[in-house]
Ligand binder design. Sequence first.
Ligand code: NAD
Ligand code: DAU
Length: 346
Amino acid sequence: MKKVLVTGGAGFIGSNFIRYALKTFPDWFIVNLDKLTYAGNLENLQDVEEHPRYRFVRGDIADREMIRSLFQEEKFDVVINFAAETHVDRSILDPSPFLNTNVIGTQVLLEAARAYGVKRFVQISTDEVYGSIPEGRFTEISPVQPSSPYAASKAAADLLSLAYYKTYGLPVIITRSSNNYGPYQFPEKLIPLMIRNALQGKPLPVYGKGENIRDWICVEDNCRAIALVVERGRIGEIYNIGSGEERRNIEMVRYLCRILANRLNRPVEEFESLITFVKDRPGHDYRYALDSTKIQTELGWKPLMPLEEGLRRTVDWYLEHQDWLERVISGEYREYYSRVYERGWR
Ligand code: NAD
Ligand code: DAU
């Protein structure tokens, strides 16, 4: 049995990854370590909580003592570090938690991995470390030029991870993916926020003129790529993971309005009239675009979900899970956490 530590597994990508990995790898035992910040929600993993190859531990990746004793107890073969503060807007308001979790937390994990002989350390990073690119695409050797405190903290974590590989020979691999979409994304991010506001008849706040471009990847495609990297990626390497599906924000929002109008049998104007152009995000990166040739040629990965179909499925999921959206916003899911603990389960 392979002992795998997944940090941040109660969040958006981490929870999708755990569900995928439990199905795909019968020889993985997964320990999910999560601090359960506002973005971590154990309801995202309700369906696997009793799984015999799954254990949840509540804790902070920056807590050196706790991390050391967990590594000693579990003897991990693999670490996959998803845990992070992830929202750019929050990092602009207060960078401190980003430095603590994304930089110090990653270093604490790297140190424990070194001390306890972990065989693979996969650091989950982002295309945002490269900064903005007006044309062309970033490859893995493009320089890191982060714009936001969030992106700077992720770039710092990448550099530390590579330093642990070069200095101590720790078997580190980094993945850098583009914007993910899909189920269980906290509704502060563009897609679930727009869906929720549209359903409530609230304004759809588009930053600036809505001309910024993102490369959108379905979360299942990213999870498949990460799993391939864990299994077969080359040590010391970076892998970009992008779909090539580039869209302007305003196009995305208009498309979401069309899907909602279609699904709810209401006029599209009812939703489009909610679009409101608001003050731009400071330091807003204009365009992200990744060259993913390396993972395609080395590991045979390719994105499978076309964006329009993925967005239709995503809207359907949120329509079917409106109770989840409201609970996650109100913080009610925290009661679920207490109930689970009262049962003596962790
Ligand atoms: P998320 O915000 O949905 O989830 C983050 C999870 O980390 C939460 O469960 C939270 O409770 C946990 N966490 C935060 N601080 C912690 C700490 N100190 N100790 C333990 N757990 C902690 O994030 P996400 O969107 O799922 O992103 C996961 C990873 O993927 C992040 O590293 C992010 O930088 C990276 N990434 C995300 C995207 C995207 O589009 N969402 C794209 C590229 C890369
Ligand atoms: O590119 C990968 C990154 O994608 C991840 O590393 C981050 O963790 C993740 O949050 C995401 O960052 P973005 O800033 O690109 O995502 P966000 O959903 O916040 O915004 C997407 C685009 O939409 C961006 O150009 C800003 C714009 N936007 C966002 C919000 C929340 C709006 O116009 N209005 C909004 O209300």
